[in-house]
Design a protein around this ligand. Sequence first.
Ligand code: BGP
Length: 471
Amino acid sequence: MEVTELKQQQGNYQFPDNFWWGSSSSAPQMEGAADVDGKTQNIWDYWYEQEPNRFHNGIGPADTSGFYYRYKEDIALMKQVGHNSFRFSISWSRLIPEGTGAINEKAAAFYQDVIDELLDNDIEPFVNLFHFDMPMVMQEKGGWESREVVDAYRDYAAACFRLFGDKVKKWFTHNEPIVPVEGGYLYDFHYPNVVDFRRAVQVGYHTQLSSSLAIQAYREQGQDGEIGIILNLTPSYPRSSDPADVEASRIADAFFNRSFLDPSVKGEFPHKLVDILRNEGYMPVYTEDDLKVIRENTVDLLGVNYYQPRRVKAKEHTVHPDAPFMPDRFFDSYEMPGRKMNVHRGWEIYEKGIYDILVNLRDNYGNIPCFISENGMGVEGEEKFRDAEGIIQDDYRIDFIKDHLRWVHKALNEGANVKGYHLWTFMDNWSWTNAYKNRYGFVSVNLEKDGERTIKKSGEWMKQVVQRHGF
Ligand code: BGP
């Protein structure tokens, strides 16, 4: 069934009573207070200091939505829009300012308060440990290229479980681990702005290892919740059924999806990827003991972030043998004619992708318990949709969510093990180098009025969805 057909179907989309409804967020994008109460710099604070002009309108990570100060007000708003669960991340550079060693007691108290406030409002905390925000002290030791940093991360994770594990029962080791690999080591949109495939492979491998070590630490402590990872899965669609296009899309899938999905869920890296790395001479430095850790510490639960598909075709021109090695040596991207776009973000909107991911997890990944941990629509200039009552009329966001939820519903009916839907994000926040360009929230944050929060039409709508368990 194609997108339009499903969209036209009216009727009742009913979800299970215990479905997780809510939203997701991250510390560096929402907390603000970047150099307050003992927090040290992470790579974003540092990079902004070095190159403020790389950030939209020159706005840096110190000016995010101020959740650090306003979390009680914000959690009350979450309650108002019907959340029964909410994902946030802990900032490593806030909790352990030197990267290893002493806990910052003020930071521990802050996260403890946030957790208590959520629980008091019947909102289950989902806690993620790393959202692109390497502490600068750790980056100076080599970041994810360094095995020492992997061990420091495991200790940081273990400290979080000890501090908060009695109340937090859903943990995530990383958000979108492929993104810092792409951004920081291949395509220059994260610090340290390296373009080097060999280093990228080491970073990716060490990030996976760090996740598996954190899961091992969680289980060694005898914690009784669930632990997983959050991956941005971009289903790879070939231009045609021509075998060369299909092979190109499989390779892209191995690089960008299966590189973390397979080891996280199955405990092993995909052969397709390993074969390429071995044949081309780009295997990372690894040990058999580490591979054993990866094999034995797979996830309980998978978060799926879905924004856009990847369209791929066979490579049309051979790459010069001396050109730097990049994954796109094996495929070209392809713009599907007539595709629907989110013009603000420049991303294709393809709702059926969310269904294809869920069915793939059902059929090829043991139907691992999962949930949609991010999906959302960034829009520029939303202030112009504010009506006389001050409410942003974001009907486009409601349509976007419904169009995706219909496909989630279909997957659920066909046996996919999907347990919830979280929007990116709760309130407008700071989006890395795009800063405040695109707004994503259920709640607007008015930067002109001291960060004033107002629930958007989509927030009011979501509340009804949760009350009715559907729409
Ligand atoms: C995901 C990230 C989020 C968030 C979102 C929206 O990749 O996990 O941190 O930012 O994308 O993308 P962007 O902010 O780049 O528009």
